[in-house]
Design a binder for this molecule. Structure first.
Ligand code: CUA
Length: 334
């Protein structure tokens, strides 16, 4: 009962290795506290029960040593839990640079997984999953074993939450914002992926698998997908059709336009008209597209039109990948 496996499926995520130990540690602290507190309470009930000739007139005044003890010990435990938890949380949250990026899109009531490097997409509805299982193909989110994976999640409609118990991963996916989760699978196999945020009638049907395969099988899987896939929306096309190029240059030596150049944009710091600095990450990019007035780069005017509601989630994902890639081939920060 004091093994994490009693409560949870076996952990197959190398990056979450410490979190089960922390869970068991907190469980033990809780059990010991419960026994001490309840034991003392029962003892006092017995000791001072009605009819017992105990002295109730002069209760003892406060006991300094006792108060210090019950303050210091929980404080120490709190700090242990805090630092232990923070260390593990950071390890699970910061993806290694080599991580394979997969975009996860939640919508009522299925998941879509995009592999931007390969330009392929998997949709995981219950019907498609059943069909794939019958064909003997890998089901749902397919990832290679022993390779760090970074999931970038967003939602088309309401809040969903991707929950993969065997990886100890649970992350909300939200409309209009990106969240990330990282894992490194240590074993091949099929593991459950649930939606863990009530999202409407078929919330309970928003369930699929994470299939961990060998690196060779993963390549085969991607190659097969490339053949059948019609290819997701192309970010450069979205950029051109959205009229973005009218104001923003995308090459290293583009002349200054109405808006800032987007070459090597991702990961750099921009100075805003307010004097603040902001790191260009996906959430900043997204905000600057849907609501450009929110943060304006110093030296530029508030002239960009808002794209809120004008791009589908799919187009937004494609555009985001395109923007992240600008200048990356020249060695600019990515
Ligand atoms: Cu999506 Cu619950």
């Amino acid at each position: 009962m004091f093994e994490a496996d009693f409560w949870l499926p076996e952990s197959v995520n190398a990056l979450a290795a410490g979190s089960d130990d922390l869970f068991v540690f907190i469980l033990w602290v809780t059990v010991v506290s419960l026994v001490l507190v309840m034991g003392a309470m029962l003892w006092f009930v017995f000791r001072y029960r009605s009819g017992k000739a105990a002295n109730r007139l002069n209760p003892p005044t406060h006991h300094l040593g006792l108060e210090v003890t019950w303050t210091v010990i929980p404080t120490i435990i709190l700090f242990i839990v805090f630092f232990w938890g923070t260390r593990d949380y950071v390890r699970m949250s910061v993806p290694p640079a080599s991580a394979l990026e997969i975009r996860v899109t939640g919508q009522k009531w299925f998941w879509t997984f995009d592999y931007p490097e390969a330009g392929v997409r998997v949709q995981a509805t219950q019907a498609l999953d059943e069909q794939r299982a019958l064909e003997g193909s890998p089901v749902g989110l397919v990832v290679p074993v022993g390779v760090p994976v970074k999931l970038v999640g967003s939602s088309v409609d309401v809040i969903h939450s991707m929950f993969i118990p065997a990886f100890r991963v649970k992350k909300d996916v939200l409309p209009n914002r990106y969240t990330t989760a990282t894992f490194l699978a240590t074993e091949e196999g099929e593991f459950d992926l649930f939606c863990a945020e009530y999202c409407g009638t078929k919330h309970s049907g928003m369930i699929t698998k994470v299939t961990v395969v060998s690196e060779e099988d993963f390549e085969v899987f991607i190659d097969e997908l490339k053949e059948v896939s019609e290819g997701p929306v192309d970010g450069a096309t979205v950029f051109a059709q959205g009229g973005c190029a009218g104001c923003h240059g995308v090459t290293r030596d583009a002349p200054p336009g109405v808006g800032p150049s987007l070459h090597g944009l991702y990961g750099r710091e921009e100075r805003l008209t307010t004097g603040e600095f902001v790191l260009v990450d996906e959430n900043y990019l997204r905000e600057s597209i849907v609501n450009p007035m929110a943060k304006i780069v110093e030296g530029y005017g508030p002239v960009m039109p808002a794209y809120v509601g004008r791009l589908s989630e799919e187009e937004m994902t494609a555009l985001m990948l395109y923007l992240k890639g600008l200048g990356a081939e020249d060695g600019a920060a990515l």
